[in-house]
Design a protein around this ligand. Structure first.
Ligand code: HEC
Length: 248
């Protein structure tokens, strides 16, 4: 092989990957146009997910503390490996009057964020729908905020979580001796030395951000690849005990 062929093949093998992974996605995603929703898609407003104020500060705390090293925020498109079957990652299944919120992540989910926290590895669960999970499934006897504070303070709080590999972020909390009445934002659990625990501003911002992690807004059908959602809402199934007149 001559040097020339070697050099050309080398450039081609790096060049093609660079084109496909950097250049093409850059031009496809660098300036997203708002999509106007058609009637019948849940709402006919323009689709722009909301991210501002303390939630944006919380996103910074999330980045600074390396949460993205172990947690993804990306429900993969099904052609790249189905994530929707994983309980609660892509949203929740319809139960009783709760609608089915499962769907794949789309580029608009990160609109307005400085960094798209898609994550580096999946040592811990995907957090795309953490807010939904905490509110609907985890926070039974405490408020959703307190559930998250407790997890951040000590992920090994409950006996069944003794082997959790999530680091504890205790430095985001203050522990002080209780003198007189407990402080207003003291958490329900006592600290290591029996004092009261209060979240610092960074913990509050982080928890607002974590609770905002919900992908349950209605999306235009052009972006919604989840096979079941949408159809079910358009045509509610007939009550089970009444055979439908058409015999369908
Ligand atoms: C070393 C890897 C690692 C890092 C870094 C990490 N986590 Fe975790 N996290 C895990 C693992 C593993 C679990 C699963 C075990 C559990 O539920 O405690 C988890 C679970 C969680 C859960 C519960 C999720 C659920 O649905 O049950 C939350 C919330 C969470 N982590 C938040 C965070 C936040 C916020 C940060 C950054 C401040 C962070 N984690 C950093 C590994 C990590």
């Amino acid at each position: 092989m001559s040097f020339r062929t070697f050099f050309l093949s080398l450039s081609a093998s790096f060049g093609v990957a660079w084109l496909a992974i950097i250049i093409v996605p850059y031009f496809k995603m660098r300036s997203l146009e708002p999509i106007v929703m058609e009637e019948g898609e849940g709402t006919n407003a323009v689709y722009i997910p909301k991210r501002a104020g303390r939630i944006a500060d919380g996103a910074e705390v999330y980045g600074e503390n390396g949460c993205y090293l172990c947690h993804t925020q990306l429900v993969r498109p099904t052609y790249a490996g189905n994530d929707l079957f994983r309980p609660d990652w892509g949203g929740l299944k319809a139960i009783d009057d709760r609608p089915d919120t499962r769907r794949e992540t789309n580029v608009y989910d990160f609109e307005g964020e400085q960094f798209a926290q898609i994550g580096v590895s999946r040592m811990g669960p995907d957090l795309s729908n953490l807010g939904v999970r905490v509110e609907e499934l985890y926070a039974k006897d405490i408020s959703p905020e307190d559930w998250l504070y407790r997890h951040l303070y000590n992920p090994r709080f409950k006996p069944e979580d003794r082997d959790s590999k999530c680091p504890s972020f205790r430095f985001m909390f203050d522990e002080s001796e209780i003198k007189g009445n407990p402080s207003d934002d003291a958490l329900e659990f006592a600290g290591k030395n029996g004092g009261e625990i209060t979240p610092k501003p960074e913990a509050k911002a982080l928890v607002s951000y974590l609770l905002s992690l919900k992908k349950d807004q209605a999306v235009p059908s052009s972006l919604n690849f989840a096979p079941s959602s949408g159809e079910e809402e358009a045509a509610p199934p007939a009550p089970a005990d009444e055979p439908s007149p058409a015999g369908a």
